[in-house]
Design a protein around this ligand. Structure first.
Ligand code: NI
Length: 223
């Protein structure tokens, strides 16, 4: 399931984060790429663990922790600290699949990447190109969201970023390990949860289906 979540960050917070990112020291993006993807990747990144990356990263994770749509869709177990990239001057990222395992350089902790996230820090009219294209069995999805909004997609998907031919595209990207590994099961749980939200709160149907939700989660969760 590919899902977009609007307004993860308020416009004020998005702007403040963008100013911090613009003042950061950017380096060649190949530093976090695997062997295959290093060949396809052209962009700059804020160094992992730098003060700006840490501070903006924490702001993002706090906001996501409060976001019911994100929690329901991702069922996060472990989230990799957010990274930041910038594409400009024709830069792009060719088609690839993200590495299955990510090791945090400072702590050595590892996660299995079940879901990939991109949170946009540039408004769509600030740049041309720079679409995130994600392939699944339903075709190719092109994503370009307002600043402060996020897209979540299975890390198993082939994806690429088209060349940025005008302006700059600044975003955060990160991965998470979900409590439910299967995308199909996560999608069922998300649909069930969203449907329960439409029922009369406390009504007999809502109570019964909430029970079904938790009993399915109990069957499928890994921690
Ligand atoms: Ni990727």
């Amino acid at each position: 399931m590919l899902l977009t979540i609007a307004d993860v960050l308020t416009p004020e917070v998005t702007k403040a984060c963008r100013m911090m990112l613009d003042s950061a020291d950017w380096v060649d993006g190949k530093v976090t790429a695997g062997h295959q993807s290093a060949m396809a990747k052209q962009n700059s990144q804020v160094p992992e663990g730098s003060p700006v990356a840490r501070q903006v990263g924490e702001t993002i994770l706090k906001a996501l922790g409060r976001n019911p749509r994100f929690r329901s869709a991702a069922l996060p177990l472990k989230v990799f600290p957010p990274l930041f990239n910038r594409y400009a001057g024709g830069q792009n990222f060719g088609t690839h699949v993200d590495n299955a395992i990510r090791t945090h350089s400072a702590t050595g902790s590892r996660i299995r990447t079940d879901l990939s996230c991109t949170l946009f820090f540039s408004e769509p009219d600030e740049y041309d190109g720079g679409e995130l294209s994600v392939e699944d069995t339903y075709g190719v999805h092109r994503v370009k969201l307002p600043a402060g909004s996020l897209v979540l997609y299975p890390s198993t998907s082939l994806h690429h970023v088209t060349p940025v031919t005008r302006g700059a595209r600044v975003s955060s990207f990160f991965w998470l390990q979900s409590m439910v590994r299967s995308d199909e099961r996560r999608t069922l749980l998300f649909d069930l949860d969203q449907s329960i939200q439409m029922l009369e709160p406390g009504g007999a149907a809502a109570v019964k289906l909430t029970g079904v939700y938790h009993n399915l989660l109990r069957q499928w969760v890994e921690m």
